[in-house]
Ligand binder design. Structure first.
Ligand SMILES: [Zn+2]
Length: 412
């Protein structure tokens, strides 16, 4: 059995060591992050494991099993500035407990090799590159772009990596860690309000939502606000405003879809002029690729219609997109079993935010995540919290999932 109380003690120890009154300060590539990693390495000393850092700075801890096939358990110790005490480190410390449990119950040698990974720079908080370590591991390193990245103080990513012993030119070599991977599992806080609203402690994550992110520009005619009659105006903001309202029913037609117009800029943007140009952004997400593509088509058609109604034109330019990444149906079923055996009831949720698990799943490695309820849906700040009872249940259910996954690898 895993010892959930030990995980909580470790979480509190890490918080005392790496947080101040504003929250967790374990920003990747910073001295405090290195301190957290040193503290973690110290915890490994009593276990019969080997550990090393790969070319992208990911920390791998290996417990050799009878078979070379590998069950990977992972998450991240890094945080955003003024972050929460659970985001990422819950998964790493629950993973440490899983490893310890296998040592104790399998006489030091489980049937399958178990690896625990602490991914480097999941948050991308300082250099704007999220999932840095897991993307490099998955063969998606962006070295050309990484060379040019700097933080707000003008420090280059290259220099920050070098200070941590990582060579920016070689991060792609982390792909060697893919060898013999049979499954990946990760425990994480939900970071949203859904489980609390349902009154459920735990959920299986079905996958990460696909994202369509676009810049949409409406063009009309700048005109004097006093002399231009209402019926002849070509008001670009009016067309954009209609779209901002229309994306809500477009998303609401699908139970898990979301759509957000997060930025609106008007030109000339003065109180005495009709808006001639309006630049907006749209971010849409869903777990189903067809639903997402349909939402995009509907939003585009609506924007054309509103542009025409207001005597404007509209242009769409893609900012970024990623396809939905579904997790393994078999591991989803095992995760659901583990949750039901622990708390009697489960839920299936997609993840809106991306996670390291998505990079692993994209490689075709069977993957699943477990979410534990977040209080008030808050994360990425000092108010982030989860009931103690729910954390204990999460570690217990995650322990069960690790054992089930181990057996599943043995059979498959
Ligand atoms: Zn996280």
């Amino acid at each position: 059995m895993v010892d959930a109380a030990r995980v909580l003690r470790n979480l509190e120890e890490l918080r005392a060591l790496t947080a101040d009154e504003s929250g967790a300060q374990r920003v990747a590539w910073s001295p405090m992050w290195l301190k957290a990693r040193e503290w973690f390495a110290e915890k490994l000393k009593t276990l019969p494991v080997e550990d090393h850092y790969d070319a992208a700075g990911n920390h791998w801890v290996t417990l050799k099993g009878a078979s070379e096939r590998v069950l990977v358990v992972g998450s991240h110790l890094d945080s955003v500035p003024n972050g929460g005490w659970l985001d990422g480190c819950l998964g790493v410390l629950a993973g440490l407990e899983v490893l310890t449990n296998f040592v104790e119950t399998c006489n030091g040698q489980p049937p399958v090799t178990v690896k625990l990974v602490d991914w480097a720079d999941e948050e991308g908080a300082r250099f704007g590159r999220s999932l840095f370590g897991s993307a490099a591991f998955a063969g998606k390193a962006t070295i050309a772009a990484d060379r040019g990245r700097t933080d707000r103080e003008g420090v280059t990513l290259e220099a920050a990596l070098a200070a941590c012993g990582v060579d920016v030119e070689r991060v792609g070599e982390a792909v060697v860690e893919q060898k013999n991977l049979a499954a990946y599992i990760e425990l994480h806080i939900e970071q949203g309000p859904i489980l609390e609203r349902m009154g459920k402690p735990l959920a299986v994550v079905q996958g990460t939502k696909g994202v369509e992110r676009w810049a949409i520009t409406f063009r009309g005619q700048e005109a004097h606000s006093g002399s231009t009659p209402m019926e002849v105006r070509r008001d670009a903001l009016a067309a954009a405003a209609k779209l901002a309202l229309e994306i809500r029913p477009i998303a609401r037609r699908h139970p898990q879809a979301v759509a957000t117009m997060g930025s609106v800029k008007t030109f000339p943007g003065i109180v005495t002029a009709v808006v001639g140009r309006c630049e907006t952004t749209l971010d849409m997400r869903d777990l189903d690729a067809e639903v997402l593509a349909g939402m995009l088509r509907e939003a585009q058609a609506a924007s054309e219609r509103f542009a025409q109604e207001e005597g404007c034109t509209v242009e769409w330019a893609k900012i970024w997109s990623i396809e939905p990444i579904p997790f393994s149906p078999e591991l989803i079923a095992l995760c659901e079993e583990a949750i039901v055996e622990t708390v009697g009831v489960s839920e299936r949720l997609p993840s809106g935010p991306l996670h390291d698990a998505a990079e692993v799943a994209r490689l075709g490695v069977p993957t699943v995540m477990m979410f534990v309820q977040s209080l008030k849906g808050l994360s990425h700040n000092a108010a982030e919290d989860t009931r103690r009872e729910h954390l204990e249940q999460a570690v217990e259910a995650f322990g069960r999932l690790s054992e089930k996954t181990m057996q599943w690898i043995g059979k498959s």
